[in-house]
Design a protein around this ligand. Sequence first.
Ligand code: HEM
Ligand code: MG
Length: 330
Amino acid sequence: DPPNPPEPLKYNGTKLVHDSAHPFEAPEPGDIRGPCPGLNTLANHGYLPHNGVASPSQIVNAVQEGFNMEHGTAVFLTHAAHLVDGNLVTDLLSIGEKTSKTGPDPPAPAIVGGLNTHAVFEGDVSMTRGDFFFGDNHSFNQTLFDQFVDYSSRYGGGFYNYTVAAELRFQRIQQSIATNPQFSFIAPRYFTAYAESVFPVNFFVDGRSTEKKLDMEAAALFFRDGKYPTDFHRAAQPSGTEGVDMVFMVHPIAPGGNQDDKVNNYVLDPTSADFDTFCLLYTNFVNQTIRGLYPNPTGVLRRNLIKNLGFFYSGIADAGCEELFPYGKL
Ligand code: HEM
Ligand code: MG
């Protein structure tokens, strides 16, 4: 049985997380890393299994312990990813490529492809990873990181902060509109793109600092190497998507994508959720994405879908969306 998600942290202040029990160990051949610099770092420091395959409970524990991610955000993100990218029978998720280490696959159209899988969670306009269309949606991209550094210099005095986040988010969207004929910017990616823009400020800045700005040495360590800076202390309070409203409001863009395989052809998609219709994010994810992957589950698979859908919902219960039970109740 998939266990209930771990509880919130008991001690939820800052503390040394790059400690002697969690040294950096570079991934070895066969170890899986992927598009998320946060999870890569946790795997390299032993907060997650070094091979890059983990259960949702291990991930929730790791992001809370290693970065002080707020409990609801941790549960919601982890179970969203697990539902679309993980193996619901073995309770294992790859933080990168598809692997047999997550166990035997359930029947198609389920993918169980790990976090690298395009469009169900991972999406376009990442800050340091290329769009899927260009062939690699998960590896660190030095050219894109150079742009991250350049924007931090131009808008943040050499640091990455919310102001830089807003400008770089807008720039990445303009770049994909102009160069990626298959550019897609609809929910859930629409939300995760803005959220991930503020994560470096909320999680990669040392918890002993009161300034919400990230220096470029630390940024390179996290994004490129999946490595904590020396002596790194986690955030001083449980954190999530703080700052996302500001980042969005500087250059508001509605959900959409390039139509008809043509660049510079961004067409709005009114069926996608946006920041005014948060519950539609949940509803579409359940009724379209998950039911698309699992149209007719039976047995353990069905039971674990029901359980994981419940965990997923529990992460956003505060939002007051109507809970959905597409596979019934237990
Ligand atoms: C990106 C998953 C937690 C920081 C991503 C992506 C995935 C992902 C799939 C790729 C999306 C894309 O850019 O196309 C998860 C899951 C988490 C989690 C399932 C479980 C809670 C965290 C934490 C941090 C973090 C705790 C920070 C400490 C980031 C950042 C990006 C990202 C900054 C954007 C990378 C970029 O744009 O180049 N995450 N993540 N994530 N994640 Fe995570
Ligand atoms: Mg991406």
